[in-house]
Design a protein around this ligand. Structure first.
Ligand SMILES: *Cc1c(COP(=O)(O)O)cnc(C)c1O
Length: 486
């Protein structure tokens, strides 16, 4: 007995390191605060991309301790300075994320208090806040009050939840899979095909619907394809539209697709991970007409609401369809079961234990109000127009008028094959790194994409980008001119 107590106390002497005293906590917070201040103070002046290698020997876990100072140095040198600087407004590639500062304070709060946000019983406050955020999004997208939703880690899991509900609602079980058909745009985000595989629908029939010159689904082609499949005795059950495709930001004709889905009894899913929050802007509100017809909808606050990575959302009208796969009980959960309690996040998601991610969205919305978010989205739309105008002035060609804030451009080189020229130009832009772009292929044409969504992308960022692109173009022109001479 005495031995046991002594042993416990001895272990306590070691394990108490996990509970730093207040003076130590203050010191830690001060160091992290100093580092993050330095980081933010120079964010406008550092490169948006570095292709330098990471020294992973600094990362290994061994019995040697490091001071927080050393750790922050490693973080700064090996993590924050390499790859894409996703906090930089110069990140104009892929779909930029957010990273507003006040979200980080929310994360700090909920980590210290360690809220368990999977079950209402465990943290009624946290779950109620998350449900309020879902209610807010339901109102934005004109979903009925009876719809349910979930805050996920991102758009991929949100899409997975929605597609699982579609599968369960239409009872696509093993004997149905080969006969069932889903209709997609070839421009749909690849997490859709991933999700279909994960949920056991790999062998389903996928029909890619034809697109117009702005990469939007041609709804007449959708109707035709559904009709053909019905004649063949197949089971069309799901159509997926995008409100802002990843590649070009295109918004499919949401209203028309919704009507076709209704008429043919298809589950209508809309992926608005990138574009959704533009519905809040005066300019683009009308482009989202018909979004309320969706059975399920995905939006990514870590994109269009500028929250740091780790926050997506799904809304689904049919609660039972979601519960079919995700609502489960076990005897060790018996204390927490209350059929009258508000929706538990764990009943709407593959996750059980989850950190209180809603706070990182709720706190900034409460603190700043909604207005700066909307202004920022409107600013991004105008910056897209400005960027395209400036590109034309320096001799570039630009893609069609974008639906939102993603567009593309290329240089119409006369000295060499255009694709070759623009590929080389992309490399040069990456080597430069001051501003980061990514590329894609549109109708076999190599083009450079611009996706303006970072809240830190400002007028001066675009001016910097234009100067850098112009310089890079001249370097590549010189390079190919010399090649031709040799
Ligand atoms: C980013 C994106 C996704 C994937 O979301 P993650 O948050 O990266 O998992 C899905 N669809 C669209 C349209 C996107 O832009």
């Amino acid at each position: 007995m005495k031995d046991l107590k002594q042993h416990i106390l001895k272990l306590h002497q070691i394990s108490k390191a996990l509970e730093p005293v207040e003076s130590k906590r203050n010191e830690y917070v001060k160091q992290v605060n100093n580092y993050t201040n330095q980081f933010l103070n120079k964010i406008d002046h550092v490169d948006a991309f570095s292709s330098a290698q990471v020294n992973i020997q600094d990362f290994s876990i061994d019995s040697n301790k490091k001071s927080l100072r050393e750790i922050l140095k490693i973080y700064s040198d090996e993590v924050a300075s390499k790859g894409i600087n996703a906090a930089s407004g110069g990140h104009i590639g892929y779909i930029p994320g957010g990273g507003i500062y006040t979200s980080s304070l929310a994360d700090y709060l909920v980590d210290v208090t360690n809220e368990y946000a999977g079950i209402y019983y465990a943290s009624p406050g946290a779950v109620s806040i998350e449900n309020e955020l879902i209610n807010w999004m339901k109102s934005i997208f004109r979903f009925p009050k009876t719809a349910i939703g979930n805050l996920t880690s991102g758009g991929s899991i949100a899409n997975l939840i929605a597609l699982t509900a579609a599968r369960d609602k239409h009872k696509i079980k093993s004997d149905q899979i080969k006969n069932s058909v889903v209709y997609l745009s070839p421009q749909v985000h690849h997490c859709t095909q991933k999700a279909l595989r994960i949920i056991g629908l790999e062998d389903i029939k996928i029909r890619y619907v034809e697109l117009d010159s702005n990469s939007r689904i041609i709804s007449e082609d959708l109707s035709t394809k559904i009709k053909e499949d019905k004649v063949k005795g197949l089971n069309p059950f799901l159509v997926i539209a995008s409100a802002g495709t990843t590649d070009t930001g295109a918004i499919d004709p949401l209203q028309k697709i919704g009507e076709i889905a209704q008429k043919n009894n298809l589950w209508y899913h809309i992926d608005a991970a990138y574009g959704g929050f533009f519905i809040l802007t005066k300019q683009k509100k009308d482009s989202f007409r018909g979004i309320e017809l969706a059975d399920s909808l995905v939006i990514d606050p870590h994109k269009g609401l500028f929250i740091p990575y780790g926050l997506g959302a799904v809304l689904v009208k049919d609660k039972e369809a979601v519960y079919h796969s995700h609502h489960y009980t076990a005897s060790y959960m018996q204390d927490s079961i209350d059929e009258n309690a508000p929706v538990n996040p764990a009943d709407v998601s593959p996750e059980l234990t989850k950190h209180f991610r809603g706070m990182r969205m709720w706190l900034p919305l409460q603190l700043h109000g909604i207005e700066p978010f909307i202004a920022c989205l409107e600013e991004k739309l105008l910056l897209t127009t400005y960027f395209r105008e400036q590109l034309i002035k320096i001799g570039f060609k630009v893609g069609p008028q974008p639906d939102l804030s993603v567009s593309y451009f290329w240089f119409p080189s006369k000295i060499i094959d255009e694709n070759l020229f623009n590929q080389k130009l992309m490399q040069e832009i990456h080597n430069n790194g001051a501003v980061y772009f990514s590329s894609t292929k549109i109708n076999e044409k190599f083009v450079i994409r611009m996706a303006i969504l970072s809240f830190r992308t400002k007028l001066h960022t675009i001016d910097k980008a234009i100067a850098m692109i112009d310089r890079s173009r001249k370097i590549i022109e010189k390079y190919f001119n010399n090649e031709n001479k040799n």
